[in-house]
Design a protein around this ligand. Structure first.
Ligand SMILES: [Zn+2]
Length: 407
């Protein structure tokens, strides 16, 4: 399997200026591709071929020849993606935007190892850039990106896969409060809490409302307006990366649990479409609709699947209809309120999302018997630099009463 990873580049002012120059040059090349493709279509009503594009661009830019090739490859694949989406009725435009800066892509020929084992990239004929990064594996392709005020090297390499294991089966439920809840066929499971994610999103929504109010009070294009737009962008990218980090940590915890519990097959509930058209369906309140439609089910699913694949766990998706309401003991429907599921008919009770994980497994394997009891451990996905170690409200056996006293 091919895996992409990141490395933050530490560059001095001279190197930064160099990289900026090449980002601009890459953007110039991209803009020419877009214009040429558009003109070609206007004149002939056909798509310009990749070969034609490459022939036309060859030698016209201060970039590595394979970087120009990589840009045309990118254009061709973006064009194809847009066409596929348009065929499905999604209204997207073909590449059209004029870029000022662009990510610089590097292919195999432009990548070499320097004297000290560091990665050296060839930007153009006679211009190379020592990244100062010692790659742990041989690199297939890489890119230099600009993210949140830093240059980042994104590199892709072959990643060793674990051998498929022989073990037990488990199901996973993807949700809003608990991003992942795993339950195996013997009834033990893990529920990962994502309340932190919820809180970040709430803050983000509040801040966005504040920004749109403040922006509505100033003249478009003014100095204050420009400052606010920049601050809004910073706030958005900070909250995005915090959420991304937490979701990676949550899915990592779930997969680590699977590995230690010898799980070889993971059935993941596919919450396709729950987050869409929430207004039309009118199933939820306004506030819940916002929460549900901002939940990144697709992202969690993707993270879970690739992490499972890496660990040698087979994963598959299943339709999740009825998994949160059906009782595993008697089969009747109950609508849970709160986080505990209680059956009105037979009195079966368990954690709501953990039970949903078990039901997911049963969707695929009907023969699995109900275990004697369910045991779920609860963990939180906690950011690395958290100011407070414990959550705001703490009670439980380990907490002395004094620590609960309000100061
Ligand atoms: Zn029941």
């Amino acid at each position: 399997m091919i895996k992409a990873r990141h490395f933050i580049l530490r560059v001095g002012p001279e190197q930064a200026a160099l990289l900026k120059e090449f980002q601009e040059e890459a953007a110039r090349c991209w803009n020419d591709i877009v214009i040429h493709a558009r003109d070609h279509y206007a004149a002939t009503r056909t798509w310009v071929s990749k070969g034609d594009l490459q022939k036309r661009l060859k030698g016209g830019y201060r970039l590595h020849s394979q970087t120009i090739q990589a840009l045309t490859d990118k254009f061709v694949s973006n064009r194809q993606t847009a066409a596929n989406l348009r065929r499905q009725g999604v209204n997207v435009r073909y590449p059209w935007r004029e870029k000022k800066f662009l990510t610089i892509p590097f292919k195999q020929m432009a990548i070499r190892t320097g004297e000290k084992g560091t990665l050296v990239l060839s930007l153009a004929a006679g211009v190379s850039f020592d990244t100062g990064f010692v790659p742990p594996a041989s690199i297939n392709t890489c890119e230099i990106l600009w993210r949140r005020g830093r240059y980042i090297l994104s590199w892709a390499s072959d990643y060793p896969e674990a051998k498929p294991l022989a073990g037990i089966r488990a199901g996973a439920d993807i949700g809003e409060i608990h991003p992942v809840a795993v339950c195996d066929e013997q009834g033990s499971g893990l529920v990962v809490s994502g309340r932190e994610v919820r809180s970040i999103k709430r803050l983000r929504n509040k801040s966005l409302a504040w920004f749109s109010n403040a922006l509505s009070r100033c003249k478009k294009g003014s100095r204050r307006w420009r400052k606010l737009i920049a601050a809004k962008g910073r706030m958005k990218s900070t909250s995005d990366s915090r959420v991304r980090d937490l979701l990676h940590k949550a899915t990592r915890k779930a997969i680590d649990f699977c590995v230690t519990n010898n799980i070889s097959e993971l059935v993941i509930g596919n919450p396709a479409g729950v987050e869409k058209d929430t207004k039309k369906k009118r199933r939820l309140s306004r506030k819940s609709r916002q929460k549900v439609s901002q939940m990144e089910f697709g992202t969690i699913k993707r993270y879970l699947r690739y992490k499972a694949h890496e660990a040698g766990i087979a994963s598959c998706l299943t339709d999740e209809e009825g998994t949160s309401s059906d009782c595993p003991a008697c089969g009747c429907k109950n609508h849970p309120t709160g986080r505990t599921y209680l059956c009105g008919q037979c009195g079966f009770t368990a954690h709501r999302d953990g039970k949903a994980g078990f039901m997911m497994l049963r969707k695929r394997h009907f023969d699995i018997a109900l275990p004697d009891g369910f045991v779920f451990s609860h963990v939180q996905s906690i950011p690395k630099y958290r100011k407070r170690v414990l959550p705001a409200c703490v009670d439980g056996p380990d907490v002395a009463p004094s620590s609960l006293a309000i100061a």
